[in-house]
Design a binder for this molecule. Sequence first.
Ligand code: GRF
Length: 195
Amino acid sequence: MNQKFRVAIFASGNGSNAEEIIKYFKEHSSIQIVLVVTSNPEAYVLKRAANFHIPSIVINRQDFATTIVGRLAEYQITHIVLAGFLWLIPSTLLKAYPNKVINIHPALLPKYGGKGMYGMKIHELVRATNEKETGITIHVIDDKYDEGPIVFQAKCEVQSTDTPQQIADKVHELEYKCYPKVIEQWILNELNYSR
Ligand code: GRF
């Protein structure tokens, strides 16, 4: 029997990665993006989800820890993909989805990880530190920010003339190219990494 996997994307903002993921899995035979969850009622990702007729839910911080597992069960979600989601994932959710939550971080962890390290702050610091390269890290989520088992990393060069915005653009390109394929391999169990 061909097993079907049902994925929820969690995103707090623009959602350009979410859109790439939605497009990649549009006609997939076994993996379906069935829900977008956001922490932000103004998030542009809501518009992107609507454009692709994917249902979305906005959740507030108070309800997140207590109701999210039940909401995901309504949609029979099997896997969770974080794509620019800013809240810590509560332990209730991790218990319900052990090793079934994946995240992308726009830097080469363990560098530029941890609390407060998100968005342009990372690329500004990469610039200020004069790094010659940066990149992306895709990892499974455990109960500490940015510290779960690494599934995949990819690098890009940083030129001495690159602005933080140019660095961000290069990293985003790498994310679009790699994240959907890595999600596919992770869900289908085709990746070797230690848990
Ligand atoms: C991405 O750079 C991702 O690595 C990080 O948040 C950003 C989200 O960007 N976790 P977007 O909303 O997908 O455009």
